[in-house]
Design a protein around this ligand. Structure first.
Ligand code: CA
Length: 230
């Protein structure tokens, strides 16, 4: 899965330069030109990282970042803020909205790509990997095989996709709707309750042999993979 970068920038030329450079580096991108559009895109597209311009019409980048941090689904979503000048960077940092990094304009595209890579490496080390390891669970994407504590875990295709999502973003809370979109596809109509059924199957398969439960139910929000000491 190629990491999806959401570019929030109201200047079309600047947005296009960023889009071009990130796609050339193997990322997929989506562009939003204001804060409202950005929040919608985060919900619908679930990007791996957000590049957020600080000066936007309507909602400022700072406000968008704060709102992302308030929601359990996006609390840990990596955010890089773009600011115009050095002093402004200090001011934005001072207002601290919980961004992962700040980049001052003007910057070179290759510098920003490097910063994105560094943030993703730190926050989502498993993104795009062929084999994911969390606690005693190993998910081999190429062979489509899962083991826990060295023993094979037999999963149906939906449970495999669910586990894949969880393992790519441990500790992130996924809502039922997000899981439906990602594991079933947005064109298929499935009741949100169906998610619970498949989560139950996934839990049962993973916990076989009395292993500790790794799937956390977040009341009112959804599910997350809970990995101790990671
Ligand atoms: Ca701007």
């Amino acid at each position: 899965m190629k990491p999806l970068i959401l570019i929030v920038e109201d200047e079309p030329a600047q947005a296009e330069v960023l889009r071009y450079n990130f796609e050339r580096e193997g990322y997929t991108t989506v562009v939003a030109s204001d804060g409202e559009e950005a929040l919608l895109a985060v919900e619908e597209q679930q990007p791996s990282l957000v590049i957020l311009d600080w000066m936007l019409p309507g909602l400022s980048g700072l406000e968008v970042c704060r709102r992302l941090r308030q929601r359990p689904e996006t609390r840990t979503l990596p955010v890089i803020i773009l600011t115009a000048r050095g002093e402004e960077t200090d001011r934005v940092r001072g207002l601290d909205c919980g961004a992962d990094d700040y980049v001052t304009k003007p910057f070179s595209a290759s510098e920003l790509v490097a910063r994105v890579r560094a943030v993703l490496r730190r926050t989502s080390p498993n993104l795009g990997a062929e084999e994911l390891r969390r606690a005693d669970v190993v998910l081999d994407l190429a062979a489509h095989r899962v083991t826990r504590n060295g023993r094979p875990v037999h999963l149906g295709p939906t449970e495999f996709r669910l586990l894949h999502l969880f393992m790519e973003r441990p500790d992130r809370v996924f809502s039922r709707e997000q899981l439906l979109d990602k594991a079933w596809g947005r064109d298929i109509h499935v009741e949100p309750r169906t998610v619970d059924v498949h989560i139950r199957r996934l839990r049962k398969a993973l916990n076989e042999g009395g292993r500790p439960d790794l799937i956390r139910t977040v009341r009112g929000s959804g599910y997350a993979l809970d990995v101790p000491n990671s």
